[in-house]
Design a protein around this ligand. Sequence first.
Ligand code: NAP
Length: 335
Amino acid sequence: MEKVLVTGATGYIALHCIQQLLYKGYAVNGSIRSPERKNEVIDALKQCNTSTENLNLFNFDLTNDEGWDEGMQGCDYLLHIASPLALQNYEEDYFVKPAVEGAMRALNFAKKHNVKKVVLTSSVAAIFETGTEKVFYDESDWSDPNSPKISNYAKSKTLAEKAAWNFVEQEDNPFEFTVINPALVIGPSLSGDLGVSNTAIEMVVTGKMPVAIPIQFGFVDVRDVASAHVLAMENKSSNGERFALAECDLWYKDIAKLLRENGFNKAPTFAVPVWLAKIMANFNEQLKVTAPYLGRVRSVAKTTKAKDILGWNPRPSEESILEIANQIKDMGLIK
Ligand code: NAP
């Protein structure tokens, strides 16, 4: 039985990857940094009728060597998914150090243990901040980590991915290597933790966002992000490639409309025009962070690389939005 190490097993995307891997008959080693969260992972998998017989959880962190040897022992593949993610633009050290050091640590241990293939989770954040404003982007675009506009999260993803490609080149391809660059990931959470990116839907469905702000994102379902990881891992033609994943682009006003049409009446009815949102951003800290993106389209939805090479077939984002909205409702979060 082939074995996969998945880092950050408590995470929203990683749990779906683990679930799909176990379902497909792989053995899985999962890393967690907080031992007390082990049961959360096991319970989440059991709740979706996934046997945990072939799952082993190990305690180790991105910032420390301890525990990596045990976790990587006997693994054929590595899905390196763990990395700091937050809505707030915390200071650089919060994001960059663990992301870059963690990626390097993961790759060094993968090389040491003769892992066959590594799939690294990057982001469209490592694609969009090129320094030139345009609408459509693809896998050939790279964020400039020195751009004055770049967020600390985007910087962390860009530097970690760049460091990983450099490692693979300098070490003369010690393993097969593929990178996945998802847009905003939404859809059902397997645990009680909704995940950071579902906040985009939670704010609309609960009415925490009383008016629709003119911001657009590319969306992709978490199950399809997980399947892209597994497809990339299994498919040799993904070697040496990065894959941007977005099923479609939506504005908050589109999401609000969809939710209202499906009975979620807390979703806003009024869409703020861009000029007004820009004025509001001067007085609101949360909006200030989004100011450069108000009214802007930044899209990878036209790239077909994952479909062409991996046979990736994402579900419609409307489905994912309604599913997570229903989960949020069932959790009693809509007051
Ligand atoms: P998540 O639920 O916050 O998962 C992040 C995982 O990383 C958690 O398991 C977390 O552990 C772990 N982690 C963070 N800092 C760590 C550290 N210093 N040492 C060890 N583990 C650490 O986020 P996610 O949405 O699943 O994201 C997973 C990956 O996808 C990340 O690389 C993220 O950048 C990327 N991504 C996400 C999106 C999105 O929209 N969600 C889009 C593009 C790319 P704890 O649970 O203990 O905190």
